[in-house]
Design a protein around this ligand. Sequence first.
Ligand code: FAD
Length: 394
Amino acid sequence: MERKKIVILGAGYGGLRALKELQDAHPNADIVMINKDPYHWEMTALHEVAAGTNEPENICYPIDSVVDSKQTLFIQDTVTGIDRENKKVMLKQKDPVSFDYLLIALGFETELLGIEGMEKYGLTISDISSVERIRTQIDQILAEWKKSHKEEPHTLVVGGAGFTSIEFLGELTERLQSEIKNNQLPKNKVKIICIDPSPDEMPAFDRSQSRYAVSKLEEQGVTFLTGRIKKVESNAVHYENNGEVKMIETDTFIWGGGIRGSSVIKNSGFKEKHSRVLVQPDLTVEGEPNILIIGDCSAVPDPNGGIYPATAQIALQQGDCAAYNLKALVDGRPLKKFVYHYRGTVCSLGHKDAIATVMGKKLKGFPASLMKKVVDYRSIWKIGGVRALMRLWK
Ligand code: FAD
């Protein structure tokens, strides 16, 4: 009988965790992992590179370090689509790759919400190259700040006050404070504005925790405005508040207004909403038992009739379940249902402050920031093992 082939798309939290578990289970099948970059990056630390408080090499490790070449072939390429009828994955550069079983873990893309100018002028925190662009812009602002004698401050605007934006603002304000201190710079030369329809309502946190995060950032000089971004230009952002459209001049606009699943999902004809597929309890696609979808491309119903938020935590747990189910498919055994164990949420506010909900307890300040480190190191260890942990230890 011909040996079966399992293909995994995406070496992020879900895909790489599934690969590791699958390799440990030694399925009677060949495995192929496809990812656009040769390295895995810690998405949950991407905002630190954007703000310039961490370096890209400190949050990345090579995919090869997880790949067991006796079982798995790694292909570095960009997936452009999936031909489900002919069981083939289409790639940007190389020939199509056939599969018997497919795991899709291609992660998220930034939700642009159809806002005029967003794609062209909005900077995003979505991958290494996107955060390097933000970093370059911030470095330029700082360089001008150090040499300029101009009175008017440079204005930087962040759209959206969700998890990613708040974590980014925490890092950014921390960096600016240390630049002011270390270089004896005049204060108030950079104005930071964050615009959101409800600036102090963060999903996964109660009002008092969200309020704590906002007030801490306000103390560091961030101004929160209530409004909806309507248009972005090269030198301005327009937002609506109470029916009135207002304009702020800026050439640095960072968009953290939401995410959607990979466009590969939509382009491949899956039944989807925001490029996320409502998966079956065993993580397969309805009517296609040979295809599983996990992470930000999947939508998993929660007990309250909604869907769970897209997080690394759920992607990792789905990765474990997907590995089990892929091996079960090869062996012809029944699949198991995915059960999500919510372990808590931590949102950092720089390196020494955070808000957290962990095991039903609400934490703020330094204890919460320690939890962030624990969660980050645990996920590195669970995928990359000791080697990755030693490499990224900081
Ligand atoms: P990802 O981890 O995004 O991996 C997708 C992989 O697919 C990547 O390697 C990518 O390069 C690759 N890929 C994408 N498209 C293609 C293509 N077309 N072809 C080939 N390869 C492709 N979650 C938490 O639980 N806790 C946190 O504290 C937290 N903090 C966050 C902070 C930030 C700044 C951000 C942006 C997100 C944060 N998240 C957090 C959310 C979390 O990072 C995501 O939910 C998680 O990464 C999703 O995992 P995934 O496996 O679906 O995809």
